[in-house]
Design a protein around this ligand. Structure first.
Ligand SMILES: Nc1ncnc2c1ncn2[C@@H]1O[C@H](COP(=O)(O)OP(=O)(O)OP(=O)(O)O)[C@@H](O)[C@H]1O
Length: 234
């Protein structure tokens, strides 16, 4: 479980030229580490997460997830890698309105194709296992009692905790988190980040957390600053 960015440069088209969003970024995150990423608006934090998530391909450099050099994968290979090895928590939980909390998490386990193939009995056993894992995760985020509720019946903090359970259900080696508490008040935000840090540590995920909130930095193994697309230790 690890994430490695090696000399990553990313540019976007900008008028007649190119804008350099990431400039020779190197970063190594080991399993169980939580690296906080801070920096001014427009410095490249979201671009860093997008590259680490294999959603955007850098112009130069390598992104290695759990030992897999993502530059060697085609689109389908990257999609599979994302489903199976990368957990993503973005600002807004983006839950499916029709599904209960436990179903949101369960669906993610199914999407990763666990227990694929092998007839109806196998499929049912895989479904049961996915539900058990989903319930276990909901319990870990303190939402076992709310498992049957749909998003509109949950508070903002509870929705974000479902989101975290969903990101962790496939035991990702890499967890990428972007401003998870922007919709929450300070106290709830602090609780969500504390929970995230504990779960990432216990489950050994290599975690990147983009945050504007200095109170979150206490949960990090270390903090890095992005400025004009370059990385410096804080
Ligand atoms: N799709 C895009 N096309 C062109 N330029 C982009 C694109 N996405 C981001 N940029 C530019 O790249 C730079 C880095 O943007 P990025 O979103 O990574 O910054 P950020 O640190 O996450 O900012 P914020 O804290 O405001 O979310 C900025 O100058 C931004 O304008």
């Amino acid at each position: 479980m690890s994430l490695l960015l090696d000399d990553v440069t990313l540019t976007y088209p900008d008028g007649d030229g190119r804008l350099t969003a990431l400039d020779g970024v190197g970063l190594k995150v080991a399993g169980g580490d939580l690296v906080a990423v801070v920096g001014p608006s427009g410095s490249g934090k979201s671009s860093l997460l997008a590259v680490a998530a294999t959603l955007v391909t850098p112009d130069r450099g390598r992104v290695v997830v759990d030992g897999v050099d993502t530059g060697t994968l085609d689109r389908a290979g990257k999609a599979t890698l994302r489903r199976e090895r990368i957990g993503i928590v973005f600002q807004q939980p983006n839950l499916l309105p029709a599904l209960t909390a436990v179903e949101q998490v369960q669906v993610m386990a199914h999407l990763a194709g666990r227990g694929r193939g092998g007839g109806r009995g196998r499929a049912r056993a895989a479904g049961d296992a996915a539900r058990r894992r989903a319930m276990e995760l909901l319990d870990a985020v303190g939402l076992a009692a709310e498992a049957g509720r749909r998003p509109h019946q949950l508070s903002g903090g509870q929705r974000q905790r479902v989101n975290i359970a969903r990101a962790l259900v496939n035991e990702p080696g890499v967890l990428l988190v972007d401003e998870p508490t922007s919709a929450l008040d300070r106290e709830r935000g602090e609780a969500v980040v504390g929970l995230l840090a504990r779960l990432a540590r216990e489950r050994g995920a290599a975690t990147l957390l983009v945050t504007h909130d200095p109170t979150h930095l206490g949960h990090a193994t270390r903090t890095v600053t992005v400025r004009d697309g370059r990385l410096t230790a804080a």
